[in-house]
Design a protein around this ligand. Structure first.
Ligand code: HEM
Length: 507
């Protein structure tokens, strides 16, 4: 009997080890087959483990990719594992373009990532095919240049309120990330619902903060929980909510509270419209665009309401931390490069006399502001890359055969820091973007590529520009020499410490 149990245990252990290490064999086989590919393997968690190790060792969760590409700029793709799955991570700019432009329909977004699935499964970011196309078409118009203009006054007002010097203690480092998150989340709430949620609490925390906490904690949970990683390996998208440990259970409860609160706001608005007390026929609020569609369809479906919640969560996720991160990192770079900061301030002052004069047209005349922000996006792209996708139809990208079931993604950091495309890529140098001839051909993709690229990119850029314009007009941004920049990776690629700069009022 003992021998039988021991044999069974040995076989089981062997099977588990085979499951865990089989991706390595596949990866080495692929690397042998395709020239200029590099293998990164880590058991169970795969690349998620490597982010953590890189952060602990180098203070930068993406250092290992930056370093690899700077040493081997001709790398076509990195091959890594996510659990037992193999991911082809394209690095060559031409291949990145090819896979996202020509073969976008050959992929679907990967499911099973806890917060993404629970909060935005049916939103624009995570859906595919016809359903995605319908959603994108419905909202595309509001994101066009000419329509984004109308959003500028809200951003101006919010940035003035939140960054007013009355609220700032200038003797201490400024929490630029946290403050900018307050601005960007308020702007998203106002463009989606038409109201500010500032001050409204949920689970004992401001609602915006709770949303962003849940997203970050959800991502950290996946990185740190061996159990969840193992569940994902075995159950894929069914992992969410299956026999959850306490950490996951708590997160699910908090996410449910957030969804319930959002649903309350949507149902109240719907009630007002149905009773004739509210006319939304001309409204450009995101929620009203979705509600018009819901009413036109004569839908009474709970599923459609749930989809509106997913859509709000998607926009909150897409538009809040990404833009706030961009602002905080741009301020960090400007604080360490006073010459560029002075040049930027001079440009702004040559175009407007005071912040009240700022409008969409004069904002677009600020070419140097554009260069500064692009340079910050290049060195520290807030969205690390596209979300992993599953191949649904065999095809070839360059020489690499993509088979049904294989995973694909792209980390922007490689292309954006590749010395083949950018001289001295490690240097923050906004002036490089002035050399328009040379830079015209440089691959620049921090918002993604092709038809699944960021729908909110112009809005995100506009919001970041407004915030930076206000701050550079009103404050000298100085470095906190006591603090070193450490870049972590949760929902976005973001500074670990939020005390990197001081502000000094300009009179
Ligand atoms: C600096 C700011 C931003 C960055 C760096 C950024 C980056 C990205 C990237 C890389 C993608 C592609 C993801 C993928 O293919 O898997 C994306 C998609 C998306 N972003 Fe953004 N984003 C920003 C701002 C915004 C804003 C302001 C909004 C909305 C208010 C937004 C909403 C979305 C949505 C809805 C998608 C999904 C589009 C689709 O699949 O059709 N983003 N974003």
């Amino acid at each position: 009997m003992i021998i039988l149990i021991a044999s069974l245990l040995t076989i089981l252990t062997f099977c588990i080890l085979l499951l865990i290490f089989s991706p390595k064999i596949k990866l080495l086989h692929l690397a042998k087959k395709y020239k200029d590919t590099e293998v990164l393997f880590s058991p169970v968690g795969g690349i998620v483990n490597l982010y953590q190790q890189s952060f602990e060792k180098y203070g930068d969760a993406l250092y290992f990719i930056r370093d690899l590409i700077q040493k081997k700029p001709n790398t076509k793709a990195i091959l890594y594992n996510l659990g037992v799955d193999i991911v082809v991570n394209f690095q060559d700019a031409e291949l990145v373009k090819e896979v996202h432009q020509s073969y976008s329909d050959y992929y679907e977004k990967l499911k099973g990532i806890l917060t993404l699935q629970y909060l935005f499964d049916k939103g624009m970011l995570m859906t595919d095919g016809d359903e995605w196309q319908k959603q994108r078409k419905l909202l595309a118009n509001t994101f066009l240049f000419q329509n984004i203009k109308s959003r500028l006054p809200v951003t101006k007002q919010v940035v003035q309120e939140i960054y007013s010097s009355k609220q700032l203690d200038l003797s201490k480092p400024i929490n630029a990330l946290h403050m900018s998150e307050k601005v960007t989340s308020d702007v998203i709430f106002q463009t989606f619902f038409g109201i500010s949620f500032r001050g409204k609490q949920i689970n004992g925390v401001e609602i915006q903060k709770e949303l962003s906490n849940v997203l970050i904690e959800g991502f950290n949970y996946i990185q740190s929980s061996f159990y969840y990683k193992l569940k994902m390996v075995i159950l894929k998208e069914k992992a969410v909510g299956f026999k959850p440990f306490k950490g996951e259970e708590d997160l699910l409860k908090r996410m449910k509270n957030l969804r319930d609160t959002t649903e309350e706001v949507i149902q109240n608005r719907l009630k007002q419209i149905k009773s004739g007390n509210l006319d939304i026929s001309q409204s450009e609020l995101f929620l009203d665009i979705l509600l018009r569609d819901y009413i036109q369809k004569n839908s009474e479906s709970e599923k459609d309401i749930q989809q509106m919640i997913d859509q709000f969560m998607t926009f909150f996720f897409g538009g809040t931390d990404t833009t706030a991160d961009l602002v905080a990192l741009t301020l960090y770079h400007l604080s360490h490069n006073q010459n560029f900061q002075t040049k930027l301030r001079q440009e702004i002052k040559s175009i407007i006399n005071n912040f009240e004069e700022l409008n969409y047209d004069n904002l677009n005349q600020m070419n140097y502001l554009q260069c500064v922000i692009k340079e910050s996006l290049r060195i520290h792209p807030p969205a690390v890359g596209v979300l992993p996708r599953v191949c649904i139809k065999d095809h070839k990208v360059g020489q690499i055969e993509m088979k049904k079931g294989m995973l694909m993604d792209t980390h922007f950091i490689g292309v954006l820091n590749n010395p083949k495309y950018y001289d001295n890529p490690q240097d923050f140098n906004p002036d490089r973007w002035n050399d328009s001839k040379k830079m015209e051909s440089a691959p620049f993709s921090p918002f993604g590529i092709g038809k699944r690229s960021c729908i909110g990119q112009h809005l995100g850029m506009m919001n970041a520009k407004v915030i930076i314009c206000f701050l550079v007009m009103n404050y000298l941004v100085k470095p906190n020499h006591q603090q070193k920049l450490r870049m972590s990776l949760n929902t976005v690629y973001t500074p670990f410490n939020d005390d990197l700069v001081y502000f000094e009022k300009i009179n």
